[in-house]
Design a protein around this ligand. Structure first.
Ligand SMILES: C[S@@+](CC[C@H](N)C(=O)[O-])C[C@H]1O[C@@H](n2cnc3c(N)ncnc32)[C@H](O)[C@@H]1O
Length: 331
């Protein structure tokens, strides 16, 4: 496609669906989706995780990008030669992905306008890498549990889960006999019209609230639905521009305390050969609360007794949610 044709089509998309909101995608010489391109630390993180852990070169992977927004991550994997299916629930977002796919000639990128809650192994098949990025915390219980189970069913090797978590265990939901903890977050006003919901381009499609898991509950759920191990990514580091995505690159960056990237592996549960007693004992759930975990005094600093004293002094006058956060800091 010629440069002026790309520019013309881009303007048409913007007139019809509004400007790009997140995906800063390089389309051609001097043309990006944003007039002032910005960096995205998450891009390096997700590609590196897949390259390091999926067990195949990127160009041999089948990748699923769930709730792809403007398609940046799916497009990145397709540019590396992977076969990618990207699913998105809003036409306004998906039209932007169609445009970038056409400009970049990505025949290996398939796009589907659909609700990710309809993910189905029979219909969609299996994937080496499932990208579950920025979507879990938009779904409500029990859909979010059911969705994680569906991810496990289509996942052949790894799922990358980039998500906000709840730092407090103030709400619970019991699903298939197991209780998961977290908190509810708002997605839409309860009286929002379907047009208003559709116009909130980053939010849930319809549910007015979402259930956010605690870190422990999310890890437990991943195990319950069939993932054999779960890791948290520390490097590459995820950070954001303070005004992301609307400002140009600056020296400062922000890091969300409640944001994590987990990598869940779909392996085979291994027998334990040197210890029949361990082999016979079930894998247990992570406890929600640090006080259920006996910890040895740490070498470097506050002893357990001192930290308990500090916790009980704090307990007297702090409200519950604040205490929950502090408990995690002063373990
Ligand atoms: C915060 S954005 C995250 C996008 C992208 N995956 C990322 O990590 O940057 C959430 C996206 O999920 C989409 N979405 C929300 N609920 C959905 C659903 N049930 N089915 C499909 N897409 C959904 C929204 O339209 C939006 O594109």
């Amino acid at each position: 496609m010629q440069i002026n044709e790309i520019e013309e089509k881009k303007q048409k998309i913007i007139e019809r669906f509004g400007p790009w909101t997140a995906g800063s995608i390089h389309l051609a010489d001097q043309i990006d989706t944003f007039d002032e391109p910005h960096w995205d630390a998450r891009l390096r993180r997700f590609v590196q995780i897949a390259a390091d852990l999926a067990g195949k070169p990127l160009e041999k992977l089948r990748v699923l990008d769930l709730a792809c927004l403007e398609g940046q991550y799916g497009i990145e994997f397709a540019l590396h030669g992977a076969d990618v299916l990207a699913i998105e629930g809003r036409e306004a977002n998906l039209e932007k992905v169609h445009f970038a796919k056409e400009v970049l000639s990505l025949d290996n990128l398939e796009l589907a306008l659909n609700d990710v809650r309809n993910l189905d192994e029979e219909r969609h098949g299996r994937f080496d890498v499932v990208l579950c990025l920025g979507i879990l915390y938009h779904l409500d219980a029990p859909d979010v549990m059911d969705f994680v189970e569906r991810i496990s069913k289509v996942c052949g090797k790894i799922s990358i889960i980039d998500t906000h978590i709840s730092l407090s265990d103030e709400a619970s939901y019991t699903w298939k006999g197991k209780t998961y903890w977290g908190r509810y977050g708002k997605e839409h006003d309860t009286d929002a019209t379907s047009e208003e919901k559709l116009a909130a381009l980053w939010n849930s499609l319809d549910n007015p609230k979402a259930f956010l898991f605690t870190r422990a509950s999310l890890c437990n759920l991943l195990r319950h639905v069939g993932f054999t191990s779960v890791y948290e990514c520390l490097n590459p580091y995820e950070y954001h521009n303070p005004n992301w995505p609307l400002a140009a690159e600056g020296d400062r960056h922000v890091v969300w305390r409640d944001r994590i990237t987990l990598v869940a592996i779909k392996g085979r549960s291994q027998p334990l050969l040197s210890s029949p007693i361990t082999d016979a004992s079930p894998e247990i759930d992570r406890p929600e609360r640090p006080e259920y975990i006996e910890q040895l005094p740490c070498i470097t600093g506050v002893s357990r007794r001192r930290s308990r004293g500090l916790r009980s002094r704090l307990s007297r006058f702090l409200p519950g949610p604040v205490k929950a956060v502090l408990r995690r800091i002063i373990q």
